[in-house]
Design a protein around this ligand. Structure first.
Ligand code: AP5
Length: 216
């Protein structure tokens, strides 16, 4: 499958992307995960991105497009991809359109996860993430807790709270989403790819997406 997951921070993009990967070998590409790993490993990219991320702002478009051009060239993308957190701005969406044309690839669908703000705020303050960069399983202390001693049920690494999970950064990320990313809903509606899903059940969302792309 070749899909884009759109949605505010905490809408469940990462959770749904991980569940979809199991079906046909499509790979989850999360620009947020790529950037967080770069920050953790103190790479050049990480040094450039860290300040923006900590403040809840977007990293500049040219840096993101550099990452994505090289990511699409990796062999694991051949089976398909689930884009989680990219594109985030109209210029990124336009650059992606050109890149896909160049690679002769066509999107199946752009899914807009439409989740109420109060659900999002509750989820973001209770999210925990596996600290192992090769795993990054997503947990929630209410709906999907890790082990009793705070470890990942898949790989055993400690489960942590993200650096941008402060109240201030969350508020800023939601504002940034409304200003910069929400206009993509209209962009992809006009392109004829948009499917909006209002369910808050990840299982139901996964079933709807699979039906939509005919993989059931
Ligand atoms: P990024 O990592 O992409 O963060 P985000 O978009 O803010 O999205 P989140 O990861 O917070 O939420 P999600 O929708 O994946 O929710 P999740 O599944 O975890 O970006 C981080 C930063 O990197 C940005 O601020 C920016 O600086 C930079 N960046 C990244 N991409 C960029 C780009 N393209 N351009 C420029 N800058 C970029 O779910 C949340 C919680 O809810 C979890 O605890 C989960 O367990 C729980 N949950 C999910 N679904 C359900 C459910 N159905 N029922 C109950 N609980 C649920």
């Amino acid at each position: 499958m070749r899909i884009i997951l759109l949605g505010a921070p905490g809408a469940g993009k990462g959770t749904v992307a991980k569940a979809l990967m199991a079906y046909d070998g499509s790979v989850q590409i999360s620009t947020g995960d790529i950037l967080r790993n770069a920050v953790k490993n103190k790479t050049e990219l990480g040094k450039k991105a860290q300040g923006y991320m900590g403040r809840g702002e977007l990293v500049p478009d040219d840096l993101i497009m550099e990452i994505m051009e090289s990511r699409f060239g990796e062999p694991d993308c051949e089976q398909g991809f689930i884009l989680d957190g990219f594109p985030r701005t109209i210029p990124q969406a336009e650059a992606l359109k050109k890149l896909l044309q160049k690679l002769h690839l066509k999107l199946d669908v752009v899914v807009n996860l439409d989740v109420p703000r109060e659900v999002i705020l509750d989820r973001l303050t209770t999210r925990r993430t596996c600290s192992n960069p090769d795993c990054q399983e997503i947990y929630n202390i209410k709906s999907k807790p890790p082990t009793e001693d705070g470890r990942c049920k898949k790989c055993g690494a400690p489960v942590v709270q993200r650096d941008d999970e402060t109240e201030e950064a969350i508020t800023k990320r939601l504002e940034t989403y409304n200003e910069k990313t929400a206009p993509l809903i209209d962009f992809y509606r006009k392109e004829g790819f948009l499917k909006t899903i209002t369910s808050t059940s990840s299982d139901e969302i996964v079933s709807i997406i699979r039906r939509e792309i005919g993989s059931t």
